[in-house]
Design a protein around this ligand. Structure first.
Ligand code: C2O
Length: 556
């Protein structure tokens, strides 16, 4: 196993997108940030220097951080932020994970522009459980605003209204050909000099490692005329299956094989919104990149290349396609799935967006001008501490930072996805954690609600990969739905998409001590309080107890 050293300098950088130059926060001046490439079993040492004017932390999304909870990264959860001028070195090892993960800022909305791929190849001496690809290509889907994302956040948080929708999606940092400046001379050519191009030769097998790094939007992804074979998701392999359309929630990754088996030419790969909520404004634009066969002939009598074919993306509200796609994920037989029938912690968490009543004013500009948005789990809208991180407070026994009374079940039983009166549900605000014993077998049913509007939510758990043993629409039925759980070959992921107006059930064994955040990976919802955290208590042995914090851990 190797140790990889990296330096990340978080800094303000001028970039030009959508015809205007704008200052954004980047790592090492790159957008997207640097790609990290490792093998399973390798270690990473990443020195992060904050040369920007905002506080920052970096999270290694999907890395389990077994034995290294201080390196996880969410601000005020496992560390205080790195202040301007400060540094912090993250040290961790990849243990039994293969596939595609990513890293991103976990501080305010900085991850809009501060993110990059983390590619994990099989252990030295082992290989993929599929044909070795000729090309390995990370595809990072992002979301772009023509203003500072921190200001977008401020507007969403402090006015109580929804965030401004983005101005573009991006593929590897570029919006692509369908966005053009009106003044651009070559507009009729339908191309943009900055559009990302991927070159292939006929017959090549290409491994696309697709990451949804968008801030607030679930996304469809397709490549025109090419069938994709899904081989992995998050950091685990899947039983291969073919599809034309992918859907990724923010936080999720999907590995696919593409065979360059079409007529040599130019084909768009494209990403567009899957917007499950009713009447919520969203960015309805399409990002593109070009898949180009090197042998593509120039059309006779034409001095320029032909217009690439655009895939026919599903409608923004095509939940049927999403459901059919997600239902196909299975762990491969070789992954040795062990989902025990017994459960020590049987948890049921309602999730949802709500409207809190407020007195009309500048901070109360949600619907009807007497509400503002809040989001909650089991009626608790999560509040981050500021005086110490949760992990520090737990490890050092600092009182008054959190309480451990997060409810195991919702405080009120009601028809979750039916007609819910708003008066019924005003969340309480608090920093409530849920404590589980080392080694406990945990099941969580995540139930969407219609408190404000039903919506599909990508829920991410830090520190673990879990099995998705079931999902469905409507209210979870403990008897009937439990009987249909897949305990044989459920997919193994770190982010689960809860179906719109439905539920998803996950299982994991709490074998990684620490404080671990669980939250909606739509940042608007996280900001409104759609989060909670688990304390996983110490066990008795190596990797079973929390090590002391590293000496350079930032202080609040
Ligand atoms: Cu990728 Cu807590 O996040």
């Amino acid at each position: 196993a190797e140790i990889h050293f990296h330096e990340f300098v978080v800094q303000a950088t001028q970039v030009k997108r959508l015809c205007r130059t704008q200052e954004i926060i980047t790592v090492n001046g790159q957008y997207p940030g640097p790609t990290l490439e490792v093998r399973d079993g390798d270690s990473l040492v990443i020195k992060v220097t904050n040369s920007a004017r905002y506080n920052v932390t970096i999270h290694w999304h999907g890395v389990r951080q077994r034995g290294t909870p201080w390196a996880d990264g969410p601000e005020y959860v496992t560390q205080c932020p790195i202040q301007p001028g400060g540094t912090y070195t993250y040290r961790f090892t990849i243990q039994n994970q293969d596939g595609t993960l990513w890293w991103h800022a976990h501080s305010k909305w900085l991850r809009a522009t501060v993110f990059g791929a983390l590619i994990i190849y099989p252990k030295l001496g082992t290989s993929y459980p599929f044909q070795t690809p000729k090309l390995e290509i990370p595809i990072l889907l992002g979301e772009w605003w023509n203003k500072d994302p921190i200001d977008v956040l401020r507007q969403a948080t402090f006015t109580g209204a929804g965030p401004a929708v983005s101005d573009a999606y991006t593929i590897n940092g570029q919006p692509g050909d369908l966005y053009r400046c009106s003044s651009q001379a070559d507009m009729y050519l339908h191309r943009n000099a900055d559009t990302v191009k991927i070159f292939v030769e006929s017959g090549d097998i290409v491994h696309l490692r697709i990451i949804n790094a968008a801030l607030n939007q679930q996304l469809f992804f397709m490549v025109a005329d090419h069938i994709l074979t899904v081989v992995g998701a998050d950091a685990a392999y899947t039983k291969p299956f073919t599809t034309r359309t992918l859907m990724l929630g923010p936080g999720q990754t999907t590995n696919v094989l593409l065979t360059a088996d079409q007529t040599p030419g130019r084909y768009y790969m494209a990403a567009r919104a899957y917007a499950s909520a009713q009447n919520v404004p969203f960015d309805n634009t399409t990002a593109t990149a070009v898949l180009e066969y090197i042998s593509t002939p120039c059309k006779p009598n034409q001095g320029f290349p032909s217009i690439p074919t655009l895939p026919l993306l599903p409608a923004y509200n095509d939940t049927a396609t999403v459901t059919a796609f997600l239902a196909q994920f299975r762990s491969p037989a070789t992954s040795n799935v062990k989902v025990s029938a017994g459960i020590d912690e049987n948890l049921f968490f309602t999730v949802g967006l709500g409207l809190v009543n407020c007195n009309p004013g500048p901070q109360c500009q949600g619907p009807n001008n007497n509400t503002r948005f809040a989001a909650s789990m089991n009626n608790v809208s999560f509040v981050l501490p500021t005086q110490a991180s949760l992990l520090q407070a737990y490890y050092q026994g600092i009182p008054g930072v959190f309480t451990t009374d997060f409810p195991a079940v919702p405080p009120i039983v009601f028809d979750y996805t039916g007609n819910v009166s708003r008066a019924l549900w005003q969340p309480m605000f608090g920093t409530k954690l849920y404590k589980v014993k080392y080694g406990a077998k945990v099941q969580i049913v995540l139930q969407d609600t219609a408190i404000s509007t039903t919506e599909s939510h990508p829920v991410h758990l830090h520190g673990y990969q879990f099995y998705i043993v079931g999902q469905g629409f409507g209210n979870f039925d403990p008897t009937q739905d439990t009987a249909n759980f897949n305990l044989i070959d459920p997919p193994n992921r770190n982010t689960v998409v809860i179906p719109v107006g439905g539920w998803a059930a996950i299982r994991f064994v709490a074998d990684n001590p620490g404080v671990w955040l669980m939250h909606c990976h739509i940042d608007a919802h996280l900001t409104w309080g759609f989060a909670m955290a688990f304390i996983v208590e110490n066990g008795a042995g190596e990797l079973q107890s929390i090590e002391p914090p590293p000496p350079d851990l930032p202080q609040c």
